[in-house]
Design a protein around this ligand. Structure first.
Ligand SMILES: NC(=O)C1=CN([C@@H]2O[C@H](COP(=O)(O)OP(=O)(O)OC[C@H]3O[C@@H](n4cnc5c(N)ncnc54)[C@H](O)[C@@H]3O)[C@@H](O)[C@H]2O)C=CC1
Ligand SMILES: O=C(O)C(=O)[C@H](O)COP(=O)(O)O
Length: 379
């Protein structure tokens, strides 16, 4: 059996080598010629898996080691009887941790604000539950859910009135509620003074031209963008006006990436009737020096954000984006290639649940927040 796999999927050899010959390729430029004689294709979000890529091939299984599936031409795959699967929820924790890191960076204590969540599935739902556990007032917009799924559902316009709005929908262009340009100029203008908008879903869900216009006209908004409408290219003008910008790495915890590979491995084994030879636990390294210390007796907010910053300093990601934008503007460095390089060489980032807080956490509100964020600690 032959597998073609994106070069940026970790541990493909460890998982799949007992079952198949593996050829690694850059994901963004995979060609029909390259995949023609493959039985299975393992991709990430940068490969358009469509008729142009697969027509005439013998591919029978496509696995994307990501949550998002907007890069798969699903109707074509179904028509051709090609099995396909994603890795639902694999990096949901990572995206939620990105949101916390961004709010800490902006000095925003989410426990004192209302939070609007747009798209309440694996990522938005995890964020919602964690915030509710800390007593935060949430409003959620998700037209595919009912009050039985989520008692805090509200209309989109009401959700946009929250102090913090976080976007977690898939990118869709058809169906009853397409999400492309869900936030266009009209919706963006509804954001109240001082609002914070985060998009760590897919770039085109927020109309980037409209966002730029709104940010040119208003200086009372703070925007965090992990995803961009024209990836791998992005608007340097827009980057200049957002508070934090990053190269689509919200889901890039090492744990999330490994979970993605492992979930696709399991689906691959099921599809081809193979028995699994290796498990996620076997290949997940322990974090060396995983004890974190913070001033636990002082202000809760400082303690939480101190711990978050020790695990994930989001400012590094923002700095790298701004450096790339400067190199592009001053020296003509290719933005798209630079964006992909930042992602390819992304540092290893582990999720909060790998860390133990030193000392005893005696204060109940702090304990609630640390538990909600996933840290281990002693009471
Ligand atoms: N920036 C990054 O690194 C990452 C981005 N993502 C993006 O986040 C998206 C969401 O991930 P999950 O929560 O795991 O997916 P999910 O499928 O579990 O949940 C998505 C939710 O959005 C809702 N939804 C769909 N269309 C909507 C609309 N028009 N308006 C409001 N809600 C809508 C669905 O009903 C569902 O509850 C992924 O599809 C992916 O595009 C996911 C992981 C990492
Ligand atoms: O899981 C998703 O969906 C994502 O957005 C991924 O984290 C994106 O990673 P790449 O597939 O673009 O490497």
């Amino acid at each position: 059996m032959k597998i073609i796999a994106d070069e940026n999927i970790p541990l493909v050899e460890e998982f799949f080598a007992p079952h198949a010959e593996i050829v690694r390729l850059p994901g963004r430029n995979m060609t029909a010629e390259q995949v023609r004689d493959a039985d299975a294709l393992l991709v990430r979000s940068v490969t358009k898996v469509n008729e142009a890529l697969l027509a005439g091939s013998q591919v029978k299984f496509v696995g994307t080691c990501t949550i998002g599936m907007d890069h798969l031409q699903q109707d074509y795959l179904t028509k051709q009887n090609i099995a396909f699967t994603n890795a639902p929820g694999c990096n949901a924790n990572s995206v939620v941790e990105y949101v916390y890191a961004a709010l800490c960076y902006m000095n925003i204590d989410w426990r004192q604000r209302t939070v609007g969540i747009i798209g309440c599935g694996n990522v938005g739902g995890a964020l919602y539950r964690a915030l509710k556990a800390q007593g935060v007032e949430c409003r959620c917009y998700d037209p595919f859910l009912t009050a039985a799924d989520n008692p805090d559902l509200a209309e989109l316009d009401d959700v946009l009135q929250a102090d913090i709005v976080s976007m977690h929908t898939p990118l869709t262009t058809s169906g009853p509620h397409p999400s492309r340009h869900l936030l266009s100029k009209e919706q963006l203008q509804l954001l109240p003074p001082g609002a914070v908008l985060l998009n760590a879903g897919r770039g085109p869900v927020v109309d980037n031209q409209a966002l730029l216009q709104v940010l040119r006209a208003r200086d009372d908004l703070q925007v965090v963008l992990d995803v961009w409408e024209t990836e791998p290219n992005f608007s340097t003008d827009l980057l200049e006006r957002v508070t934090l910008g990053s190269p689509h790495i919200a889901g890039y915890s090492f744990d999330g990436k490994l979970a993605g590979t492992s979930m696709i491995y399991q689906a691959f084994c099921r599809h081809f009737g193979l028995s699994e030879q290796i498990s996620l636990a076997q290949v997940t390294p322990k974090v060396a020096n995983n004890t974190l210390s913070a001033e636990l007796e002082g202000d809760d907010w400082t303690a939480i954000c101190d711990l978050v910053a020790q695990v994930y300093d989001i400012e590094d990601d923002d700095r790298a984006m701004r450096k790339l934008a400067r190199q592009h503007l001053d020296h003509g460095v290719d933005l798209g290639a630079g964006f992909d390089l930042l992602r390819k060489h992304y540092a290893i980032r582990r999720e909060f649940h790998n860390y133990q807080v030193a000392g005893k956490v005696k204060k109940e509100p702090l304990a609630k927040s640390l538990a909600a964020l996933g840290f281990h600690f002693n009471k």
